[in-house]
Every structure is written in structure tokens, then in C-alpha cells.
Design a binder for this molecule. Structure first.
Ligand code: GDP
Ligand code: MN
Length: 354
């Protein structure tokens, strides 16, 4: 492993190639986990994966968020596993409730109808609060004020590869804004009016559409926002390494407000994943989006496992089964992603799909 002025690298024997003072220079970055007290054991498992594969060598802080107060038990059981500081925050009411312009009666009927149609989480109001929170509020939380980047971690997720560099430093040095590991198709029945809403927003704010956007990830046949329809591809947001500055920016705020005004988070069941994905696909330079191909990751029921043997498996870096790699699954959007990336300029290790 080599050294650079601003990043720390440790070699596979776990020895730091440290800076002069011997301390890794941390980015303004934190893990965030939204979690319920009842999920404490699943939370502990995820923390342990992240610490073992990466953070034991870096000691980034953890921020735990909850719509209710954390129990002493939750705090006690998680604090002992983190190698950085742990902070426990509660979500303010307005960030976890229906805004007053949403018609309560209509929302209730929509939820009942979606539950009857067996749509995943179709009948759940709290799930909708969660999706709206991750779309429009987590980045406003006061406990995130001093950070530029976050890594979202969910309870009961797994990491399978040693991370031998600081992904936050990677993001900053390479001008990356949004990083993911898995992309896939959304259930169309949860987002029926999301695309028309995005189309309206785009025609009202043509100045927000980036010249070098990645629209080709979310719209087929190289069509424009006006002409095309959403192909339902999105980055799976249960894993994200991303810039808070982007979410705090005026374009994203206006984007969220335009969506929120329609009540679609409640009348339908818009997920934060398609919301984030559409925003970054339209408003960012495609070069700002990064596939952390090298991070083996599982959130039930899908796994991303890096495939090239020499780099990831023969070396002992990863221990997932490449045959379980979701990238080749028909529900994966890897084809659309690669189409969008084109052939040139990709810094990431993305093997060709046959
Ligand atoms: P799925 O991954 O879409 O199936 O949804 P999850 O049930 O995993 O929820 C996504 C994230 O939000 C997880 O980190 C959950 O712990 C968290 N979450 C979901 N609902 C609630 C809730 O009502 N309260 C709290 N505190 N966290 C929640
Ligand atoms: Mn989950």
C-alpha cells in the first residue's frame, strides 16, 4: 500500500501506513443508523460488520436516530461495540409525521387499498414516515450539522470485504457525491405518480438539470425527461455513502418540497431510494456518482459480491459467494447503469456483463 498526503491506507496485514503523527486524519463524516429499540440485536450485528471490515482502523463516529427515545438497554448494548463516538438522537415530530396539507381521510383510504393489493408496506403509515424522513429530513438533523458525508447503515446488514482505504476521503478527493453498492427495479405500484411529479419539477426548474446528468440510468432509449418514462431503476438506499452538502443544497430542497407538496409519500408509498436516485440522476454530473463495486454487501434478500477472483477472493479480501452476486439478476439495474456509464472514464472496477 502506498501513502498520499491526505489519505491513510493500511495493508492487508492491518498495519497502518500512517501519517507523521500516527493518527488517521478523519473526514467530517459519520455513520448514521435509523433504528428502533426493538432492533438492538440486528443493530449490533451491523455495527460489528462495519467495525470489523473498516472502522476498527478509522474510528469514525456513529449517530443513531430514532423516532422515540432510545432505551438505556439499546445505548448500553451498542455503545460497547463502536470504536468511535456514539451519539443517540431523537427525530423531531415534524420530520416524522404527515404534513398538514395531506388529506388524512384520503391517505387512510390509499393505505387500505394498497394493503388489500398486497403491496409491500402498503398499509404502513410508519414506513411512509421513514421514507419521507430519509427523503427530506435526515440531512437537516442538528446532530448532522458538523458533517459533510454520511454512511447509512441498516440493522441486520452484512459487509463481506475488507475496506483498505477511507471511502469518505475517496469521495472528497474524487468529487463524488453519491455512492451505492446495489441497484435494482422499484415496485411500480408504489410510485405511480412519482415520475410525472419529477417531470413537472424539471420543466419548472430547467436550470437544475445537469448537462452531464445520468438520466440514461432511469430512462430508457436515451429519451428526455419530457419524452421518456421512468424505468424504475434506483440505487438501493439502505446502503449509501454520500454528501450531505448535496441534500442540503437548494436544488435538492426544491426537489423534495415539490414532491412533498403532492402528498405522494402518503397517497402512494414513495420510497426514499427512488427519490434519491431520481434526484442524483437528474441534478448531478454522472461523474459524481460512484459504484462501490469493491464493497461486498448484503441486505436481505440481495447480495452484492465483487466477482473478479484475483482481486477480491484469492487475496482473502472478501468472503462472499460471487455466485450470489445480485448484479446479474434480472431485477438488477446493472445493465442500465453500465449503459449510462458508457465505456470510458469509469474509475471503478466494473466487469462486463455477458
Ligand atoms: P426495508 O429495508 O425497506 O424492508 O425497511 P426496514 O424495516 O429495514 O426500515 C428501513 C430502516 O428504517 C431501518 O434502519 C429500520 O430500522 C428503520 N425504521 C423503519 N421503521 C422505523 C420506525 O418506525 N422507527 C424507527 N426508529 N426506525 C424505523
Ligand atoms: Mn431494511
Amino acid at each position: 500500500a502506498g501513502t498520499r498526503a491526505t489519505s491513510q491506507v493500511y495493508d492487508t496485514t492491518d498495519e497502518f501506513v500512517a501519517m507523521a503523527d500516527g493518527q488517521p486524519q478523519l473526514e467530517k463524516a459519520t455513520f448514521i443508523m435509523l433504528v428502533r429499540n426493538s432492533e438492538v440485536h440486528d443493530a449490533r450485528s451491523s455495527i460489528r460488520y462495519v467495525e470489523d471490515r473498516f472502522n476498527k482502523n478509522f474510528h469514525y463516529p456513529w449517530l443513531f436516530l430514532n423516532d422515540r427515545p432510545f432505551s438505556q438497554e439499546f445505548i448500553r448494548m451498542t455503545r460497547v461495540l463502536v470504536s468511535g463516538n456514539a451519539t443517540y438522537g431523537q427525530i423531531p415530530k415534524e420530520a416524522w409525521s404527515m404534513p398538514d396539507w395531506v388529506d388524512r381521510q384520503k391517505a387512510r383510504e390509499c393505505m387500505k387499498d394498497m394493503a388489500n393489493r398486497n403491496i409491500l408496506y402498503g398499509g404502513s403509515e410508519s414506513y411512509r414516515h421513514m421514507c419521507r424522513f430519509f427523503s427530506g429530513f435526515f440531512w437537516r438533523h442538528e446532530l448532522l450539522a458538523n458533517y459533510d458525508y454520511y454512511w447509512r447503515v441498516e440493522p441486520n446488514t452484512q459487509l463481506y470485504c475488507d475496506l483498505t482505504y477511507d471511502p469518505f476521503t475517496f469521495m472528497r478527493e474524487n468529487n463524488k457525491t453519491y455512492g451505492f453498492t446495489i441497484n435494482l427495479l422499484e415496485f411500480a405500484s408504489t410510485i405511480e405518480s412519482l415520475w410525472p411529479t419529477v417531470q413537472n419539477f424539471s420543466s419548472e426548474h430547467p436550470e437544475y438539470i445537469h448537462q452531464n446528468n445520468s438520466l440514461d440510468f432511469v430512462v430508457d432509449d436515451h429519451k428526455s425527461i419530457t419524452e421518456g418514462s421512468y424505468n424504475n431503476c434506483h440505487y438501493w438506499s439502505n446502503f449509501e455513502i454520500a454528501s450531505l452538502k448535496f441534500f442540503r443544497s437548494q436544488p435538492y430542497r426544491d426537489f423534495f418540497d415539490a414532491l412533498d407538496q403532492t402528498g405522494g409519500f402518503y397517497y402512494e408509498r414513495w420510497g426514499d431510494a427512488p427519490v434519491h436516485s431520481l434526484a442524483v440522476s437528474i441534478m448531478l454530473d454522472k461523474e459524481e456518482i460512484h459504484w462501490f463495486y469493491d464493497i461486498g454487501y448484503r441486505h436481505h434478500p440481495f447480495t452484492h459480491c465483487p466477482e473478479p477472483r484475483e482481486e477480491f477472493h484469492d487475496s482473502g479480501k472478501c468472503y462472499c459467494n460471487p455466485r450470489q452476486n445480485f448484479d446479474r439478476n434480472p431485477y438488477s439495474c446493472t445493465k442500465q447503469y453500465q449503459r449510462m456509464r458508457g465505456d470510458s472514464g469509469s474509475p471503478e472496477h466494473v466487469p462486463r456483463m455477458s
